[in-house]
Each structure stands twice: as C-alpha cells, then as structure tokens.
Design a protein around this ligand. Structure first.
Ligand code: C5P
Length: 231
C-alpha cells in the first residue's frame, strides 16, 4: 500500500526549467512548466515523506508541507542542491536544466547598434557548457547505494531511433538508478496535466510504462519504482 510508505523518508525534487541570463532582462529558457515535479512533491508528501522542492521558474504553488527553494539558472540550481544531497534518501531530477548558458552576462541591457550601415548587423551569442548536475550527483555518490537517484529524459525521438532506445543510452551514460523517459514536443507533455512515460531501470529490470495519465498518477509510479530501491 502507498499510504505512509514514505514516512521518515527524505525526498529532494527539482522542478521547472532553468533560465540562463543574457542580460538583466533576457534569458535562454525552455518549455518546462514544472507540473510533473510539483506533482512528485505533492505525492511524496502525501505518502509521508519530508519533501524539499528546488523550483526553477515554475508558476505553481506547492502542496502544503513541501519546502520550496527557488532558483533561476542551472548554476543556482547546482548550488542549491549541494546543501541537501546528504539529507536526501531519494533525489528526483525532474527539472529541465539548460545544457548551455551564455558565455558572457551583460551587466546592463544589450542595445541595438544604430550607426549607418549596421541595419543588418546581429550579435552572435556564444554559449558554454553547464555542469551536468545529475551526472555529478551520481559521481559524488560513488559506490554508495544512497541516495536513490532518478533522472528524467525529455525526448522528441530522432529519425530511425525510438524514444526507448535514446533513453537506454542516456541511462547508461548518466548512471542514475532510474530514468523517466517522456516523449515531448510543442503540443505534447509541456504545460499539460497528462504525461506518458517509460521508467527505465539501471538494475536491468523491465521498464515500467505509465500513462497517458495525470501527472499525479505518473508521480506515484515513479515513487513506487524509487521506493523499491530504498534500503
Ligand atoms: O541530458 P539531458 O539534459 O536530457 O538529461 C536530463 C536529465 O539530466 C534530467 O534529469 C535533468 O534534470 C538532468 N540534467 C542535469 N544537468 C544538466 C542537464 C540535465 O542535471 N546540465
């Protein structure tokens, strides 16, 4: 039974999408609404867990009892997570974290040039890699079995390559215990109340398919799979 099965457990969840600032008014962002992460927080709390939610730019309210820590960028998210990794029994990285950020942050708003002959000029934005927070958590855990680490993978698929196949590769690369693969696109998943996922397991067990279903139902399936790995 799920009632109280997370009592005494500590769950850290990331949600939303990071924004990588270009200048005081502009950023590079993504379409993540945060709904799946907030649903995970709500269900973990309902099942008895202490929950800390690191929320990036989500316009949502968290369930009662959930401690919310707000962040903007990937670097801020990494810094916020650092303080809670020793605390957590389970870490669920549901947030969409930008892989790259602008190399330079302009302290004041970038302006168009108006000089004669520059009508078609446009700036080039150089990006640099962000740290892979999830891979870092796995590396820091080393040979330990705690915390249980869950990654998400938003995949659109590629010609000739299924979302499943891409997910398997990512699971191997990231080394997390579970990878929740969801199919995304402009009109699929993002901002919606429903989701369809495949939960892939590092231990070689069969994948668990969940949905299409409300994000709370998907959250319960993810929490079930993580609970089975708790020692
Ligand atoms: O490689 P990809 O971005 O698809 O991986 C997605 C998973 O990795 C998510 O769990 C996301 O939170 C995490 N991630 C991360 N740091 C990054 C990029 C993604 O922790 N820089």
């Amino acid at each position: 039974s799920r009632a109280g099965d997370y009592a005494g457990r500590r769950v850290l969840i990331t949600a939303g999408g990071t924004r990588e600032p270009l200048d005081p008014v502009r950023f590079l962002g993504n379409r993540s609404s945060g709904k799946q992460g907030y649903a995970l927080a709500a269900r973990a709390a309902a099942r008895g867990a202490s929950v800390r939610l690191i929320s990036a730019n989500a316009d949502l309210s968290a369930a009662p009892g959930v401690d919310v820590i707000r962040v903007g960028s990937a670097l801020e998210m990494q810094e916020a997570i650092r303080g809670h990794t020793d605390w957590a029994d389970v870490i669920v990285m549901a947030a969409a974290v930008a892989d790259y950020r602008p190399a330079v942050y302009a302290e004041s708003k970038m302006k168009k040039t108006h000089a004669p002959g520059t009508e078609n000029d446009a700036p080039t934005i150089t990006l640099v890699r962000n740290p892979d927070i999830l891979a870092g958590l796995v590396a820091d855990r080393g040979a330990a079995t705690s915390p249980v680490i869950v990654g998400f993978a938003a995949e659109t698929g590629e010609p000739g390559r299924s979302v499943h196949e891409l997910g398997r590769e990512k699971l191997a690369r990231k080394g997390c215990d579970l990878l929740v693969v969801n199919e995304v696109g402009v009109d699929v998943t993002f901002g919606r109340d429903e989701n369809t996922v495949h939960i892939l397991r590092q231990d070689g067990g069969p994948p668990i398919d969940a949905g299409p279903a409300r994000k709370e139902i998907i959250a319960d399936a993810v929490l079930d799979a993580a609970r089975d790995l708790l020692v």
